[in-house]
Design a protein around this ligand. Structure first.
Ligand code: GLC
Length: 736
């Protein structure tokens, strides 16, 4: 090789070598994430690692307290550079001033710039929000039905589409950590967070949790399975009161939706603020490490809920000091503390505990390493900033998608004398507290935590929807429900009355309701309307099943459950009421006659004494057409039970039906649910059309925990004859 070539080769080697030396491994995107994490950790001080285990509220960067306003340089410097805090969040309702897409993008970019340019190692910051039914902190974002309504669609593909859309909006505004989906089950309607769940069944909820995780993370936004675990069965139904779960119930009912979310690749999990069997979850090594990591194989980040390590001292009273609480919780398995206001005290305490050996340094490396791993997964090191113009463009009304979600959620509960659809009506009277109050169609977590500012979100009320969507020649008149005279006068000329009742918005414990009743004046309104003698259509906006006095319930000729349908409530309900859309929603929960029956779910153990039946069963919903099933065959395969069903639309209108496959269990020596959903499919059929579908029930849906009272075994399928049911038809299949 000539001298010149040798020289050239030497030069190239030196140049590449110098590059490698200049570019640390953690900044090299071609390196495996594990190597980048290890390299970065090796360069970090203890304080820097502890900073990555900490998340503060964005208001701390604005006012060093609760006040919102412009970010302050000295606060950014103090918390993001000096303390090296690696994550920030918007508590319900926190955001930039003004609250616009541009301001959100500028705010997260400003935070990022300080972290990257002033942070010694340039570790990007991660911003978290509760986008639980749209980018709901941001004024201008479209709001979708809350999870309870999405569950009534029984449509995982639609739910995934909504989540992907929300993820795009979150990504565009630099908020890459979404504290959603709720994977808790709604099995006690007294609970203030019932509407945040996908209902009472772990297969339906698990399918929708997984769909939400896929949708969000497809846009490189981290999903959060919350609140791990057993949060949905608080004793007495009030939020955050203790839960007592039998080991078999934990395994058979409460863990499966989280398992479905983990199988979909969820990157983070949030711990439950409450307690299980006498142990606050934030202090439970069994749940946060042995079960979540050991049994379920979770590798991502566990974040606390709001201030929940402090709650171990002040509320649960299981720790004498804050230091004891921090040691208990971090060693149990919490990686990041969501400590909105008191980060200094937390960081100081954490450092002292590590130096005193009460928290192993290996535990710090594990927790901080998971956070770094998460930030690499989200591409934050390569793409830390957002395009402000992109944020402005993407937050545009998603009316079609929001309307589709609302349409498919609306559930028809009663339709006496085919009152609906309203076809031979010339004058329609619309009234009721929810007819023109946008906050009632949005629910909690809408612009602010309790949803009191939900009217700022874009949307169309029921009244507006009916006025805009009325067929030619139909007059829609409104009367204020509080004005009995106007009501009576307007009703005289009306052919029918649409009355909208429901719940004012709420979140968390503010939403506890032990009776399931509405305010008395709403029942009074229904009575007054009954006296006017016109056909009544009742539309309910609620985050739970409601209880009506028996004499009132059948006053309305038709009843629609709209849940909390979000921005397109009015346009969707108008289409259903005027017959442009055939309602296809199916209840994702059991509707009790009285809350005294609660907890009262379809998969309860066999009733020793016949319990009163529910008002409407899980999976129930009427249509403007009819469907018939013909169970054709069932066969067991190595991983599933397959059932062929012919579904026929025997009515005069097109419509969608949700075919549901349930199993009954053989006698196994211990109790089994009276029935369990093992498969479902939604089919759209033209009048007279029939279609054969194959329902595939994963074998693990037949698994139960064997053993005696405190059995700690994991669920497994036990051999025997299982009776499968679709509608009124059954077929048996033997499982080995
Ligand atoms: C709340 C909720 C939790 C939410 C968190 C941050 O207390 O329990 O669901 O993600 O705080 O807003």
């Amino acid at each position: 090789m000539t001298r010149i070539w040798r020289f050239a080769l030497a030069w190239v080697v030196c140049f590449v070598g110098s590059l490698a030396l200049a570019q640390p491994i953690y900044k090299d995107p071609t390196q495996p994430v594990e190597k980048r994490v290890a390299d970065l950790l090796s360069r970090m001080t203890l304080e820097e690692k502890l900073g990555q285990m900490t998340q503060i509220a964005v208001s701390k960067l604005m006012s060093d307290g609760w006040g919102l306003g412009p970010l302050k340089a000295e606060l950014l410097e103090r918390y993001l550079v000096q303390r090296g805090i690696g994550a920030v969040l918007s508590g319900g309702g926190m955001g930039p001033v003004p609250n616009t897409p541009r301001a959100w993008a500028e705010m997260t970019n400003a935070i990022q710039r300080v972290a990257l340019e002033k942070g010694r190692l340039g570790i990007p910051s991660l911003y978290g929000v509760d986008a639980v039914h749209g980018h709901n902190n941001l004024v201008g974002a479209t709001l979708y039905p809350h999870n309870l309504g999405l569950a009534a669609t029984w449509n995982p593909a639609l739910v995934e589409q909504v989540a992907r859309r929300v993820g795009q909006e979150l990504r565009a505004t630099g908020t890459l950590w979404n504290f959603a989906p709720v994977a808790d089950l709604g099995r006690d309607p007294r609970w203030g967070r019932f509407y945040e769940t996908f209902g009472e069944d772990s297969l339906l909820a698990g399918s929708l949790v997984a769909a939400t995780v896929r949708g969000l993370q497809a846009t490189q936004v981290a999903a959060t399975l919350k609140h791990f675990v057993g949060y949905g069965q608080p004793l007495g139904g009030t939020d955050r009161s203790p839960a007592f779960l039998a080991p078999r119930s934990l395994q058979e009912v409460w863990l499966p939706p989280f398992r479905a979310g983990l199988e979909a690749g969820a990157l983070t999990v949030m711990a439950n603020s409450g307690s299980v069997n006498g142990v606050p979850v934030h202090a439970s090594r069994y749940l946060l490490t042995e079960v979540l990591r050991g049994q379920m194989g979770f590798k991502g980040v566990v974040i606390s809920d709001w201030n929940d390590i402090d709650k171990l001292v002040n509320d649960h009273k299981v720790a004498a000091t804050f230091a004891d609480a921090v040691a208990l919780s971090i060693n149990a398995g919490v990686d990041v503390y969501m400590v909105p206001m008191e980060a200094d005290r937390y960081l100081q305490t954490l450092k002292e505990l590590v130096e005193a050996g009460r928290i192993p340094r290996a535990r710090v490396d594990e927790a901080a390493g998971r956070v770094l791993w998460l930030k690499f997964q989200l591409g934050l090191f390569e793409r830390p900033y957002v395009e402000v113009a992109e944020a402005e463009k993407i937050i545009e009304a998603q009316r079609t998608l929001a309307k589709q979600a609302a349409l498919e959620s609306i559930t028809l509960l009663e339709n006496a004398a085919f009152t609906l659809p309203l076809t031979n009506v010339r004058t329609l009277l619309v009234t009721g507290p929810a007819a023109a109050d946008k906050t009632m169609q949005m629910g909690g977590w809408s612009i602010d935590w309790q949803g009191k500012e939900g009217a700022k979100a874009p949307g169309i009320t029921l009244l507006e929807g009916l006025q805009k969507g009325a067929p030619k020649g139909v007059k829609v008149a409104y009367a204020d429900p509080r004005d009995a005279r106007a009501l009576a006068a307007t009703a005289r000329a009306a052919d029918a009355v649409v009355v909208a009742l429901g719940e004012k918005p709420y979140a968390e414990s503010e939403g506890n309701n032990l009776s399931g009743e509405l305010p008395a004046e709403q029942y009074k309104l229904l009575r007054d309307l009954k006296a006017l003698g016109k056909p009544i259509v009742l539309v309910l906006f609620a985050g739970r099943p409601l209880v009506f006095p028996p004499d009132l319930w059948l006053t309305p000729k038709a009843i629609l459950m709209a849940y909390l349908p979000g921005s397109e409530a009015g346009s969707a309900l108008a289409d259903v009421l005027f017959g442009r859309y055939n309602p296809s929603g199916r209840l994702p929960f059991t509707w009790p006659r009285l809350f005294a029956q609660v907890p009262f779910t379809y998969d309860r153990y066999p009733d020793i004494y016949p319990k009163a039946e529910p008002l409407y069963p899980f999976g129930y919903g009427l249509s403007y057409t009819d469907f018939a099933y013909r169970l054709q065959a069932a066969r067991a395969t190595p991983n599933a039970v397959e059932v062929d069903v012919e579904v026929r639309n025997t009515g005069k209108r097109a419509g969608s039906d949700v075919v549901q496959l349930y199993t009954r269990f053989p006698p196994l020596g211990f109790l089994a649910p009276r029935e369990r959903l093992v498969g479902f499919a939604k089919v759209n059929l033209e009048p007279g059309q029939a279609r054969s579908i194959k329902l595939i029930a994963p074998l693990d849906r037949f698994a139960l925990v064997p053993g005696d009272v405190f059995s700690l075994e994991t669920p497994r399928v036990l051999p025997g004859r299982y009776v499968l049911r679709v509608g009124e038809q059954t077929v048996a299949v033997d499982l080995r």
